[in-house]
Unconditional design. Structure first.
Length: 394
């Protein structure tokens, strides 16, 4: 994936902002094809030289939590056979349903929450909702002696699905089975547009895709690709209309949701640069909603987890963002742009050693990347922060 320097947003509270632009990967499988728009992952790194050493609004001298952090682990067991690559979300909630933490199972069913602080006197619940099984919600202290460190066991009880009633719409053919009904001219325009996108001729691809949709208004692949190209040229409302139409034609598809999430994320970035914090937050929320649906549709979709992690981070949900980004790397270790978002996240949390490790990994894997100069400057800034902190501690 090529990387090039993008526009540098203005200064925010003394923070240096670095924006990276990465070209998308084109999947040969049209159903799995990602949006052809540019992905922008903003790195707002809190490396100020001011007298108050602060990252993300958190003072270095902030006190440690009084209560110790607890790391909870466990395993999900189902009374029915799960697919080997099945990923199940396990939530830790308060008595009011407020989310405290979450984890995702590995292929063995094992899961591990990030360390959490459990307040004395509060009740906590482990919650799992998995299709085809009864909802699981059990009080934490009823499942294990928390202090013992014993693993939590979540047993999912399957339920029989009732036989579906006859539906007059059963004869409706899925949109992908209608390819034969796409006019040859529309298919030719679409195929040529895909060739041009592969050659980087994005602007010339747009009229071809528009012509394909004009000839075949229910051409799902053309609508999805056109929406992505509209995002590239900032025609956001046109993009939204095309992608929502594609989703209407094929509601179970993941690519339009990924593209919609990216669209709202990019709008949020633009509003952030314009100083419209409320408007940006609303767009990031919409991005998270679309991308949450995408990862539920396909829990193995690395790109959806990548973008969801970036959108969550942009709206301030660092813990869940990190979980999504970690999962994105697990699903696709070659997606080095995930590391750029993690570097930002670690730096804001003053986890400087981890930020340096990710930067070193990125530069080792991408020695000729245009991001090398700004990342090397970033590494110098982080090391300077570490030196100042060490001198202050001495």
């Amino acid at each position: 994936m090529d990387v090039s320097n993008g526009p540098v947003p203005g200064q925010e509270n003394g923070l240096r902002a670095i924006e990276t632009l990465t070209s998308p990967r084109l999947d040969a499988n049209l159903e799995r094809m990602r949006h052809p728009a540019t992905w922008a992952a903003s790195l707002a790194l809190a490396l100020s030289s001011t007298s108050v050493a602060q990252v993300g609004g958190v003072d270095e001298e902030a006190p440690e939590p009084i209560q110790p952090q607890i790391r909870l682990t466990g395993r999900v067991i189902a009374d029915s056979t799960l697919q080997p690559d099945e990923i199940i979300e396990v939530r830790l909630e308060g008595s009011g349903g407020d989310r405290i933490g979450f984890a995702y199972t590995e292929t063995s069913g094992a899961f591990q929450f990030r360390p959490v602080v459990l307040e004395p006197g509060r009740f906590y619940y482990v919650v799992v909702e998995y299709e085809g099984h009864r909802p699981f919600r059990e009080r934490l202290d009823h499942m294990t002696d928390i202090r013992s460190g014993a693993p939590l066991i979540v047993f999912l009880e399957g339920v029989e699905s009732p036989a579906p009633a006859p539906d007059p719409l059963d004869d409706v053919v899925d949109v992908r089975q209608l390819e034969a009904a796409i006019p040859a001219e529309a298919r030719a325009e679409y195929d040529r547009a895909m060739e041009e996108i592969g050659q980087g001729l994005y602007l010339s691809a747009i009229p071809r895709l528009e012509r394909a949709v004009e000839l075949a208004p229910d051409f799902y692949e053309a609508l999805n690709s056109l929406g992505g190209q509209y995002v590239r040229v900032h025609r956001y409302r046109d993009a939204q209309a095309a992608l929502e139409k594609a989703l209407e034609l094929s509601p179970a598809s993941t690519p339009p949701l990924v593209n919609l999430g990216f669209l709202h994320y990019q709008e949020g970035q633009a509003l952030t640069e314009d100083g419209d914090a409320d408007g940006a937050r609303a767009r990031f929320d919409r991005a998270v909603d679309a991308l949450d649906r995408a990862v539920r549709n396909d829990p193995t979709d690395a790109t959806a987890h990548h973008y969801l992690g970036a959108a969550l981070y942009a709206r301030g949900d660092a813990d869940r963002a990190e979980a999504m980004l970690d999962l994105a790397l697990e699903l696709d270790p070659a997606d080095d742009e995930v590391r750029l978002v993690l570097i930002n996240l670690y730096a804001r949390q003053e986890r400087f050693d981890e930020a340096l490790a990710e930067a070193a990994s990125y530069l080792e894997r991408r020695p000729d990347s245009p991001m090398r100069p700004p990342l090397e400057r970033l590494v110098e800034q982080i090391r300077g922060r570490i030196d100042r902190r060490d001198r202050r501690d001495d």
